[in-house]
Design a binder for this molecule. Structure first.
Ligand code: GLU
Length: 475
């Protein structure tokens, strides 16, 4: 049997990280088994489905590197005629029936159930009634003939055996009076027609699974293996919601996480393979089994995600990271800036947890005028610093063609020894502030070599002017 999994998002909002994790699990399982991973857009709810959301699903799945099989994406809305056909087929087979209840009758049923303190449930009044008794002018719905006695049992690959007494399930609607399918029905028909063998999805769908199994059984279709994955919770243990901050894949992307880190982190969140923490999705696919998905809920931990992302930042290709930095900048970037950035990115990437941080720390390579942050300004607004800056300026101006990391290093150490009794910090603090506008940076002498003598001298001169304007210029 070829395994066929699917990801079936409803395009009603941005792709949630819980959805991305579901997609990853399905993708991994298909890869592991040499099967297929299909994509179905569940856009039956036309009011809530949007084109933007569909595009975001494609964009975010591609960003994560989750390629799906099949010649074309399945759109659930395009299959309404088939959904109706199956509902009518079930009527023909005596497994479903037309129900002519009026809204008033349904209201009365509800009120009666409520008066008895029971769940409102359809009382099956048309289940065995002859349609010839149908009132004129009422368009019927089609309802399933759900089993009355016994239990519906699901052997869930994640949750284990889950049982619901059939007395709790009613004859739910398959086809509305306007001929449109209910969501419950559409999912089953689509899964059957797509040959889905494994349904891995959020456990918010576990309740639907019982009803869906009844439809599969009624059609005599094989019931897929279900695996209901507990939802992702926030750090406080509550279900992930807006107040926890970022929830969508797009937001994580904007926050500067790499797709491979997001994949690794999400896979690890809710599934494990021994003590392994860092792995690619391809590696995970080799190890993956639905049974290894955790039955308990998982908590989003941004510190762990940062840790995972830091790992992938170090591994990432320099050119790729430089391009990310460039697109994340609003600065006007020319070829000189690009060359500097590319030369400097190696030292920068091992210091940054996210692309946002990398972008900010790379900024000094991309500006024509350095702006001093508060700490850098404080470092420059200092009598000793001004004094040191003159020494630095003169020494570096003399380096000429030998403007290398080593030569700069030697020159700066020389000043430190002769003027500041060996205290290199006296030189480094103002120098870093002048070159980077910050008090931390990647290895500074290397960065200066990359910037080149002309640019360095320009920045030192600008710092001297700034210091002059800010007062501490008396010797
Ligand atoms: N469309 C559903 C959702 O986005 C998923 C349905 C399913 O996986 O069966 O929650």
């Amino acid at each position: 049997m070829t395994v066929i999994t699917r990801f079936a998002p409803s395009p009603t909002g941005m792709l949630h990280i819980g959805g991305a994790r579901t997609a990853l699990f399905n993708w991994c399982y298909a890869k592991k088994t040499g099967g297929k991973f299909l994509l179905r857009i569940e856009d039956t709810d036309k009011e809530r489905s949007t084109k933007e959301a569909i595009e975001a699903i494609f964009r975010d799945l591609k960003w994560l590197g989750l390629d799906w099989d099949g010649d074309a994406t399945v759109y659930q809305s395009a299959r309404a005629a088939r959904h109706a056909e199956v509902a009518h087929e079930l009527v023909k087979r005596g497994r479903a029936y037309f129900c002519y209840c009026t809204p008033e009758e349904l209201e009365a049923m509800k009120a009666e159930a409520q008066a008895k303190g029971e769940q409102p449930r359809y009382n099956r009044m048309w289940r065995d009634r002859n349609p010839s008794e149908a009132p004129a002018g009422v368009k019927p719905v089609i309802r399933i003939k759900a089993p009355i006695d016994g239990d519906t049992v699901i052997e869930d690959a994640v949750q284990g055996r889950v049982t619901v007494p059939n007395s709790q399930l009613d004859d739910f609607i398959l086809l509305r009076s306007d001929g449109s399918p209910t969501y419950m029905h559409a999912v089953v028909v689509d899964d059957a027609d797509m040959g889905i063998t494994h349904v891995i999805r959020g456990d918010d769908h576990l309740n639907n699974a019982f009803r869906q199994k009844i439809i599969f059984d009624a059609m005599g279709w094989p019931v897929p293996v279900f695996g209901h994955v507990p939802l992702i919770h926030g750090a406080d243990g509550a279900k992930l919601s807006k107040r926890h901050g970022a929830q969508s894949v797009g937001e994580f992307k904007d926050m500067g996480y790499l797709p491979e880190a997001v994949c690794n982190y999400l896979l690890r969140l809710g599934w494990s393979h021994g003590d392994d923490e860092l792995f690619t999705k391809e590696q995970a696919a080799e190890w993956f089994d639905v049974n290894d998905i955790n039955a308990g809920p998982s908590r989003l931990d941004m510190k762990k995600l940062d840790h995972v992302n830091t790992h992938y930042m170090r591994l990432a290709d320099d050119t790729r990271l430089a391009e990310e930095v460039i697109t994340r900048n609003s600065l006007k970037i020319d070829e000189t800036h690009k060359a500097r950035l590319l030369a400097g990115i190696h030292d920068l990437k091992s210091r940054a947890a996210t692309l946002v941080q990398l972008t900010s720390e790379a900024k000094f390579y991309l500006v024509d005028e350095v702006a001093y942050d508060e700490k850098a300004a404080a470092a420059l607004n200092d009598h000793d610093a001004h004094h040191a800056m003159h020494h630095i300026y003169d020494a570096l101006a003399r380096l000429g063609a030998d403007f290398t990391e080593t030569a700069i290093d030697t020159a700066c150490r020389h000043i430190a020894e002769h003027v500041y009794a060996g205290k290199l910090a006296k030189v480094m603090m103002p120098l870093r502030a002048a070159i980077c506008g910050t008090t931390t940076s990647p290895p500074l002498f290397k960065a200066m070599e990359i910037l080149g003598q002309a640019e360095v001298m320009k920045r030192l001169k600008a710092a001297l002017h700034w210091m002059h304007d800010h007062g501490h210029h008396h010797h």
